[in-house]
Design a protein around this ligand. Structure first.
Ligand SMILES: Nc1ncnc2c1ncn2[C@@H]1O[C@H](COP(=O)(O)OP(=O)(O)O)[C@@H](O)[C@H]1O
Ligand SMILES: CC(=O)OP(=O)(O)O
Ligand SMILES: [Mg+2]
Length: 564
């Protein structure tokens, strides 16, 4: 099974995909836009083998990412595909800023959520939305592994000479000021895809990747490692973008503050949202810009010239940093679709042996393709990026590694010590420690459900009778004690089973659902969560059926670590 739900949260929008990673085929995708404005838009597109099957668009106010997430779930419920039939095995989240801390895809524990929150000071436009998306997704898919894939991770191989700004070292250190780089998921995907396409090991190749979307960055990749990239501490540095200035003399900011009386927030807004192509020409979209330049609009022509001028400067600099390149790739909206930009960006690189074949460059073909001439010293490619597929792959790789997937077994000495403490507080407990186990399927799920138990919200659990039969384990009995582990396998609580009943899935009561304490505690959400759980995690090959026998267990909390 390789279906993953990908959530790519932006500052005021999020994109999602339900993706079959092995088949590299989305089952559905969508975009929730203009979150926080008085009217938002949600677009949901269902795919079939034949391709996209039509879009469902709705306009409605979407005050925050949490609501946006509910809108997405409602779109799946209304238009399909069914999230229980095509149950994702994990949720992969794009997180823009991982600082120096997160250098690989990371299972999202409560600690990682705190880390992402803390890094919001470095990415105020991006990280808060990502965190809201994560929290909403965890509420809806508490039983699944959630993995964060960071834009910055691929650039953690930058050498100090490449990531250090030439400013006072103490100031920089105190405020974590350095270059981090972004769009790493795309730069990695494209450089790997280019190597595969050329049939050459990544380790042998020197590559330059131009990711030219709304946000734009270029990366020098040497042997599969990012060695230089144009975005810095934030995604504002580097190339000219749709609405961002890219490189600028920092003294311009002081000048705007001192002379024009602009506040820091106003300057931030100016450089991030009202500069770049938009600031120069009034339009941020490259299609509009090309049209206007073609119609003789001089502002649009200048904007295009500034855009190209910067691309050439970076191309030259990166050729110099790498000592020449084997491959130059173009990707993202502009890179994949604008032959004019590609052609002009490379026009002055003849001295380095870079030669485009204009008919290849102009071709309307889609997919990965060569656009350089056969005698070009550097192969130039167009490589459609697929950040979602890369996030899906990295998410599955985390699962396959077992990193954070399953709760590790309890340490016997820790259990013995914990049981001594429990018996000191509750002399009625038997001498021999009972079985120690964790709720749920993953570490994060175990922590989440344990917290509900400790708060007195969760007093029931359900298991598949088929799973007991498949594993040969004995059914629980009223009066038995259990030690409950947290996600790290540490003993945290003692519960006592008070009642055990076997009930058909479709006859489990609303009262039982409420006692399970999950999500909104309704029978509807209990059914959804448990159907998905057994489809994904059942030990018996029979998995899930609407009338399957369910062992409904009620319990009481007897003792928890930290209480007396
Ligand atoms: N056919 C095209 N010709 C030129 N530019 C295009 C074309 N199609 C899309 N683009 C440009 O791609 C940009 C958006 O790129 P994209 O990678 O989708 O951005 P993002 O993911 O950052 O929002 C826009 O500036 C858009 O004008
Ligand atoms: C990091 C960044 O700039 O992302 P985007 O291109 O999605 O705005
Ligand atoms: Mg983008």
């Amino acid at each position: 099974m390789s279906v993953v739900l990908i959530v790519n949260s932006g500052s005021s929008s999020f994109k999602y995909q339900l993706l079959d990673v092995e088949a590299a085929a989305p089952l559905a995708e969508g975009l929730v836009e203009r979150i926080g404005q008085h009217m938002g838009t949600a677009t949901h597109e269902v795919h079939s083998v034949a391709g996209a099957e039509g879009e469902h668009v709705q306009e409605l106010p979407i005050p925050d990412h949490t609501t946006g997430f509910q809108v997405m779930l409602a779109a799946f419920a209304a238009h399909g595909p069914s999230l229980t039939q095509h149950a994702p095995v994990a949720v992969g989240h794009r997180v823009v800023h991982g600082g120096s801390r997160y250098i690989s895809p990371t299972p999202i524990t409560a600690e990682v959520e705190r880390g992402i929150d803390e890094l919001a000071v470095l990415a105020p436009l991006h990280n808060p939305g990502a965190l809201e998306g994560i929290r909403a997704a965890k509420r809806a898919f508490g039983d699944l592994e959630h993995v964060a894939v960071f834009d910055t991770a691929f650039h953690q191989t930058l050498a100090p000479a490449a990531y250090t700004y030439a400013i006072d070292r103490e100031v920089a250190g105190a405020h974590r000021i350095r270059r981090y780089g972004f769009h790493g998921t795309s730069h990695k995907f494209v450089s790997d895809a280019a190597a595969r396409f050329l049939g050459r090991p990544t380790a042998e190749l020197k590559q330059i990747v131009f990711h030219l979307g709304n946000g734009a960055s270029v990366t020098a990749v040497d042997g599969g490692r990012s060695v230089e990239t144009s975005m810095g501490m934030t995604p504002l540095e580097g190339l000219v973008m749709g609405t961002r200035s890219g490189d600028i003399d920092p003294a311009v900011l002081f000048h705007l503050h001192r002379r024009a009386g602009m506040t820091v927030d106003a300057i931030d807004e100016l450089l991030n949202k009202r500069s770049g192509l938009l600031g120069l020409s009034g339009v941020s979209d490259m299609r509009d810009l090309q049209r206007q330049a073609g119609d003789g609009d001089t502002d649009a022509s200048l904007a295009l010239d500034v855009y190209i001028h910067r691309l050439r400067a970076y191309a030259g600099a990166y050729l110099a940093q790498l000592g020449g390149a084997d491959v130059i790739s173009f990707t993202a909206g502009v890179g994949e679709n604008s032959p004019m930009v590609r052609s002009r960006a490379l026009a002055t690189l003849g001295f380095a042996g870079v030669r485009l074949d204009e008919s290849r460059n102009q071709s309307a073909d889609r997919g990965i393709r060569v656009i350089s001439a056969d005698d070009s010293a550097v192969v130039v490619l167009v490589v459609p990026t697929d950040e979602e597929l890369e996030i899906g792959r990295q998410t599955l790789a985390v699962l396959a590694d077992g990193q954070g997937a399953e709760v590790p077994p309890a340490d016997a000495a820790a259990v013995a010590g914990f049981w001594r403490d429990a018996r000191a507080a509750h002399p009625e407990l038997p001498e021999a420690a009972p079985e120690a186990w964790a709720f749920g399927a993953t570490r994060a799920h175990a922590d989440g459900l344990l917290a509900l138990v400790r708060d007195g919200i969760k007093t029931a659990t359900a298991s598949s009778l088929w799973d007991y039969e498949a594993t040969g384990e004995a059914l629980p009995q009223a009066g038995e004690y259990s030690i409950i582990l947290d996600g790290a396998g540490a003993p945290r609580a003692v519960i006592r089973t008070t009642q055990v009943q076997v009930v058909a899935f479709d006859e489990v009561s609303a009262e039982h659902a409420r006692a399970e304490g999950e999500d909104d505690r309704s029978l509807r959400s209990w059914r959804e969560i448990h159907e998905r759980y057994w489809r994904a995690h059942a030990e018996s090959s029979r998995g899930f059926a609407p009338d399957m026998p369910v062992v409904c267990e009620r319990f009481e909390l007897v003792f928890q670590e930290g209480s007396d």
